[in-house]
Design a protein. Structure first.
Length: 289
């Protein structure tokens, strides 16, 4: 048996310039790190790193069906991905994979080591993004499967037990002169065997999120936008459930930075999509005079 554990919040990956302690592109890197990146820009597009912060067996499969990690059938370590490797430390490991700009998903299969349920943090760091899952429920004898788009724009989680979903987060940086974003999506009530998925369209300013559960699901969502000048705008909503199906699009590209956000019921049978404005619950109440 092989252990692949990594603490999400203690690892600094120079190849992408992100600090796990913040997990956000609007965090300011040290000048030395920025200088190394400027000197070797080709490194930015070379690898991604997948990290987990608890003891677990992990198997990662790329879009070609090649794998690295613990083979759950043979109970042995495998590495079929050219140039992929594992960096092991005393209490953590990081899977380093070639960067695939196609956006095709990595399939990550995880099983915990503890007999009791633990909440894990799993992330993938790549050029211009940090994405992943917080409070991912894991325990011994139960296999959890997730998918992560290789370009950091898609995430999905299939539940192996009833209960809340983990927080699915996408943090992305668009470059100088453009805003950077962090999105967080979760649902408090979820059934085993059902899948929640998030897809980010930066070009058109849309965030899509959905489940395949036929029962009405309520989503909680938070978005933080960091503007080029350093100012931040935050939107939050704890009850997104107005649609005919559990499939929505958030039009964040048209948001004014303070007020309501425009959402759409997004499904094949939705003939006419109309904007439904939902209140920004992150705005603090004005203090009483």
């Amino acid at each position: 048996m092989c252990n692949f554990s990594v603490p999400l919040i203690v690892l600094v990956i120079v190849t992408t310039g992100f600090n796990f302690a913040n997990s956000s592109p609007d965090h300011q890197e040290p000048a030395q790190t920025r200088a190394r990146q400027a000197a070797s820009p080709e490194v930015l597009a070379k690898t991604v790193q997948i990290s987990l912060n608890v003891e677990a067996d992990v198997l990662i499969e790329n879009s070609d069906g090649k794998r690295i990690g613990f083979d759950f059938k043979s109970k042995k370590f495998v590495n079929e991905i050219p140039e992929a490797r594992v960096i092991s430390r005393e209490t953590s490991s990081t899977f380093v994979l070639p960067f695939d700009k196609s956006g095709k998903p990595y399939i990550v299969t995880v099983s915990g080591k503890s007999a009791a349920k633990v909440d894990a943090d799993l992330s993938m760091t790549g050029p211009g993004f940090v994405v992943g899952f917080r409070s991912l429920p894991l325990m011994s004898g139960q296999v959890q499967k997730i998918r992560i788009g290789s370009n950091g724009l898609q995430l999905s989680f299939t539940a192996n037990q009833d209960g809340p979903t983990p927080q699915l987060f996408i943090t992305t940086q668009s470059g100088r002169g453009k805003p950077s974003y962090r999105f967080e999506v979760l649902s408090a009530l979820f059934a085993a065997g059902k899948t929640i998925a998030v897809n980010l369209d930066l070009v058109n300013g849309r965030l899509y999120f959905k489940t395949d559960d036929v029962k009405k699901i309520s989503f909680t969502l938070m978005m933080r936008r960091t503007n080029p000048g350093g100012t931040r705008d935050t939107y939050a909503q704890q009850d997104i459930s107005f649609g005919k199906t559990n499939s929505y699009a958030m039009d964040f590209g048209q948001w004014d930075g303070k007020g309501d956000m425009c959402f759409y019921d997004w499904c094949d049978s939705c003939e006419k999509r109309q904007c439904t404005k939902l209140k920004n619950e992150s705005i603090a109440k004005e203090p009483k005079s």
